[in-house]
Design a protein around this ligand. Structure first.
Ligand code: ADE
Ligand code: ZN
Length: 335
């Protein structure tokens, strides 16, 4: 089963590139950039990754970005993630980045973008991995700051497919960013948003109605509202679910209690993703493995999840079909 999970062609639709910063690279970049870290060793960093909720994680996650300073740092970060994609047969990735966590530290938007984008282009050339960038606004900051960030991104519009919304969910409802998302859609961006991770089902409705999102990131709390579940199923609005993240951040008490299988049974377009793999103990394959063993998912369930990952992607129809064909050829060869 684990080899099947590793090898099945899949897409990743919910990965924060800053959340793929492994402690080893964190230390290497700290040394390269003369940044001091509040940890004596790589082991001490890993030992600190015990979280009680989303905020306790975010505090460490933002602190970790301090080592990222040059275009090459952003390239190396992205390249390391793309190597994992090769190992786990991720054929397409839609990657979040948080420009405000860098521009607030004085790192220019252009520097961040150039490093990320160059790595993605190199991976396309070298391995045929396709990818899109999704610019996320930090919802704990103001709508004004988000609007300024959107404006900074406009010269790079052709290389950024969508905008998203992340960071501290509770107390920062999607409607706070309605005007920013209206402007983003006018500029041609697609939209997604984190909703219903820690926040209520009402935030999922808001993300759909106020922000016009094409997908919901997380969304696991939709089951608190049966009408919403019906709507998500009817409209096939995908959820990008992140099982290891949900356990690490105490959204569910154990993997056995995760509602992913229930969501699939309800007919929702569920996908499996890693969120912040360095912080939560695994990349996409480890997420598939953890949920498969806890909920006794079948090969057919795994196939369904991989299929959903391509269907829910923003690839144009012909590229989507070609990825789905690749998936079906893989299935025909293994059964
Ligand atoms: N930023 C990085 N990971 C996140 C998550 N799981 N929820 C909200 N914001 C995030
Ligand atoms: Zn996330």
């Amino acid at each position: 089963m684990n080899a099947f999970i590793r090898d099945i062609p899949k897409a990743e639709l919910h990965i924060h590139i800053e959340g793929s910063l492994e402690p080893e690279l964190m230390f290497a970049l700290a040394q390269r950039n003369n940044v001091s870290l509040p940890y004596p060793s790589v082991e001490a960093v890993r030992a600190a990754y015990q979280f009680q909720n989303l905020q306790s994680f975010l505090d460490l996650y933002y602190a970790g970005t301090a080592v990222l300073r040059t275009e090459q740092d952003f390239y190396d970060l992205t390249w390391a993630y793309l190597q994992r994609c090769v190992q786990q047969n991720v054929r397409h990735a839609e990657i979040f980045f948080d420009p405000q966590s860098h521009t607030e530290r004085g790192i220019p938007f252009e520097v961040v973008h150039a490093g990320l984008y160059r790595a993605l282009q190199d991976a396309k050339q070298k391995w045929g991995i396709t990818s899109y960038l999704i610019l996320c606004f930090l919802r704990h900051l103001s709508a004004k700051s988000a609007m300024a960030t959107l404006e900074r991104s406009l010269p790079f519009k052709s290389t950024i497919l969508a905008v998203g919304l992340d960071s501290s969910e509770l107390g920062h409802p999607p409607s706070k960013f309605q005007k920013v998302f209206d402007r983003a859609r006018d500029e041609g961006f697609l939209t997604v948003a984190h909703a219903g991770e820690e926040g209520p089902a009402a935030y999922i409705w808001e993300a759909i109605r106020s922000l016009g999102v094409a997908r919901i990131d997380h969304g696991v709390r939709c089951t608190d509202d049966p009408e919403l579940v019906d709507y998500l199923a009817q409209q096939q609005i995908p959820l990008t679910v992140c099982p290891l993240s949900n356990i690490k951040l105490c959204v569910f008490n154990s993997m056995q209690q995760h509602n992913l299988k229930h969501l699939l049974e309800l007919g929702l377009c569920v996908t499996v993703n890693s969120d912040d793999p360095s912080y939560f103990g695994g990349y996409i394959a480890e997420n598939y493995e953890a949920i498969q063993s806890a909920l006794h998912l079948s090969h057919q369930d795994i196939y369904r999840l991989a299929r959903n990952s391509f269907s829910a992607s923003f690839l144009p129809p012909h590229e989507k079909q070609s990825r789905l064909n690749e998936l079906d050829r893989f299935m025909a060869a293994v059964v």
